[in-house]
Design a protein around this ligand. Structure first.
Ligand code: ADP
Length: 651
């Protein structure tokens, strides 16, 4: 058996670099409340006599999310002829819409005042900046090119169409629902309000949790981990379901020890369910959680069938058990594997998918949901009718400050000063539409913060990490629950901290577990790097002597255990330069509550009755994660219940 290595112990994945590449294209006063209107060509164009440019090709550079974007702009005396992107390091799947749209819009409207693309603001701005730079060399009057341009009048003609199943939202839940409905022979329509498909899911740097003994048998189980299971089995059961789970696990564990021994990690769908229930403080619905645990291996296999290649399981941040599956970078960064294969499948199978299409209301007839209506981002109204059902898969509300504030009961504030790791699409629209249709909501007060997030943060995928405060001291177990870690950070001086790690975790500036190239983040200062501790501390203003003491104490705990903060997961010493630090502070990451569904993913009304024709799946629903979602459980949730919703909506 392989000794569990450092890299399979504790993974800290910061998804926020990816999010930061797609910061909100907040609706501007002139784009109609978030609906970007296509700008009109600026005037009738210059006369030949007043040359606007010095005809030639020019290259210019701008800064996107991933670093420098280089464009070539070709002009003649009167016109911008072409804008071509020569090179960039933007995230595929996230910045695609900006890369496709911005250059052609600059040409189409002969203007630098084109709208940035929602979901990829930084990439949009980088392209515009690069074009400006090139046009400056062409002696253009930049202020004229930046003058506000007229917007097209919104189209008013009502768009209509009918499908068997309409899926609202194209994150993991929506995509997997659409695939199942398509496989069931239904005519499916997927709509999404964003210009890109993939939702918040494609931005996730996350993992999928599933028991998977075929792979987990290569992982060692520590005495502390075995004790953790025993402690869970010794808990007073909350209800009959929990009692049954404990009894099942007792039998499974005894059998496991008999056949594989105490030193091989134990896992099962029932242990996954029990830990999810306990991890959520018994707030979740055991009936849904049981389905969740049992179907996670099926979701794993489903994703594999669609081309996702899994790494060996590890522990995602806040997962509490080594069942977190990260994808190989076959499809790009982590979240890409959770969306791209499924988008590709739907497109290959000619399933209708409409971007820039925002559902605003469900169409209800005699208490039954028969469609959705709303507007395109160009402002055109639509009414789409569903023969069988509508599936709401619109994600959570982490990016909706008003809703956060309305439902929050457990954090001092979740106002606009509190960042979110989520993209701008997570505004709780599905929940609001479901409320109108009479749906019941559950667990809305449970809003998850993660300890390390900021909107322009970097991706960190680390095995041996410490959290240090600005004084260079540890302050919490780094393998603990997300809510506990977040609260601990909020109690630190200046409510911020550094994730600190060494050359075991990042080799040649590439993350060992994530394969992510950190070079651009080091270059722009989001990740601080020092060849020595002294060099690093000088950059982050942390007292080096204190940090050295903290590291010595940490390394002794790696050897001997007994962490005063209770950490149980350790790898090797922190002792190998270069050293890295990334400043972080907590941010809203996931909203555990949402629309109440039953085991069939049907939406329930306030009286517990099914609302006919209406299903929901993914983060827009509540009831699974209770008060605290375990890291890696969201991706499992969206694929499990997305598939269930798709299957049942097709019946
Ligand atoms: P999940 O993880 O539950 O699948 P995601 O956040 O990944 O959820 O995806 C939700 C998707 O739903 C996003 O692509 C988002 O743009 C889309 N969406 C949210 N609200 C609406 C809406 N009102 N109309 C259409 N699409 C929406």
């Amino acid at each position: 058996m392989l000794k569990r290595t450092i890299s399979s112990f504790l993974l800290i994945v910061m998804v926020f670099a990816l999010f930061a590449g797609c910061t909100s294209n907040a609706p501007t006063a002139d784009n109609g409340g978030g609906q970007t209107s296509a700008p009109q060509p600026a005037g009738s164009g210059p006369s030949v006599e007043e040359a606007l440019f010095t005809a030639d090709k020019y290259t210019g550079e701008g800064n996107g999310f991933g670093g420098v974007i280089k464009v070539e702009v070709e002009v003649d005396a009167n016109e911008i002829l072409h804008v071509n992107i020569l090179s960039h390091n933007e995230t595929s799947g996230v910045a695609d819409a900006a890369i496709e749209r911005i250059p052609s819009q600059i040409v189409q409207y002969q203007s630098l005042a084109v709208d940035t693309v929602a979901g990829c603001t930084l990439a949009s701005k980088g392209i515009i900046e690069a074009a400006e730079n090139a046009l400056t060399q062409a002696n253009a009057d930049i202020s004229k090119l930046k003058a506000a341009i007229n917007k097209d009048a919104a189209k008013t003609e009502l768009l209509t169409r009918t499908a068997d199943v309409i899926v609202v939202g194209s994150g993991g839940a929506g995509l997997s629902a659409a695939i199942e409905a398509h496989k069931a022979g239904k005519n499916v329509l997927v709509i999404d309000k964003m210009p890109n498909f993939g939702g918040n899911t494609i931005l996730a740097g996350s993992f999928l949790n599933s028991s998977d003994m075929a792979r987990q048998k290569n992982i060692a189980m520590s005495a502390e981990e075995l004790a953790q299971i025993e402690a869970a089995l010794a808990l007073e059961p909350e209800n009959d379901t929990m009692k049954r789970w404990q009894e099942t696990i007792r039998v499974e564990l005894d059998e496991h020890i008999k056949t594989l021994g105490k030193n091989v990690l134990f896992d099962s769908p029932t242990l996954h369910a029990l830990q999810t229930y306990i991890g959520g403080d018994y707030v979740g619905n055991p009936a849904l959680i049981e389905i969740f645990g049992a179907n996670a291996p099926k979701a794993l296999a489903f994703m594999e069938e669609h081309g996702v290649v899994w790494k060996e399981p590890a522990i995602a941040m806040g997962a509490t058990w080594a069942r977190s599956h990260a994808p190989e970078p076959t499809w790009g960064y982590a979240g890409a594997a959770f969306a791209k294969p499924f988008i590709e499948y739907l497109q290959k199978n000619n399933v209708d998918m409409l971007a820039d299409t925002k559902a605003e209301h469900l169409i209800m007839e005699n208490g039954k949901c028969v469609g959705v209506k709303g507007h395109t981002t160009q402002g055109q109204p639509f009414e789409y009718t569903a023969n069988s059902a509508v599936i709401l898969a619109t994600g959570g509300f982490a990016a909706n400050v008003e809703m956060r504030q309305e439902y929050n009961k457990h954090w001092a504030t979740l106002d606009e000063n509190v960042a979110t790791t989520n993209g701008p699409s997570s505004t709780g629209d599905g929940i609001l539409m479901a409320i109108e249709a009479g749906a019941n909501l559950v667990g809305m007060e449970w809003i998850q913060m993660v300890p390390y997030a900021d909107q322009t943060g970097a991706v960190v995928n680390s095995a041996d990490i410490m959290y240090i405060n600005i004084n260079g001291e540890r302050f919490v177990r780094e393998d603990g629950r997300r809510d506990v870690m977040s609260k601990a950070v909020l109690e630190q001086p200046e409510a911020r901290f550094y994730i600190f790690y060494d050359g075991h975790t990042v080799v040649n500036d590439v993350g060992v577990m994530s394969d992510i190239d950190y070079t651009p983040f080091i270059a722009d200062g989001r990740i601080k790097k020092g060849e020595t501790l002294e060099a690093l501390c000088a950059q982050i203003n942390v007292p080096v002597e204190t940090l050295k003491k903290t590291i010595d104490a940490f390394n002794a705990i790696v050897d001997n255990g007994n962490d005063p903060f209770g950490r149980t997961v350790f790898g090797v010493h922190i002792d190998q330069g270069p050293y890295y630090a990334v400043e972080k502070s907590p941010a809203v990451h996931h909203t555990m509550g949402g629309i109440e569904i039953n085991e069939e993913a049907q939406v329930l009304d306030m009286g517990g009755k099914v609302i006919p024709g209406l299903f929901a799946a993914g983060e827009t629903t509540g009831g699974i994660h209770g008060s605290n979602r375990l890291g890696g459980n969201a991706i499992a949730d969206i694929f499990i219940f997305g598939r269930i919703a798709g299957q049942n909506a097709s019946k």
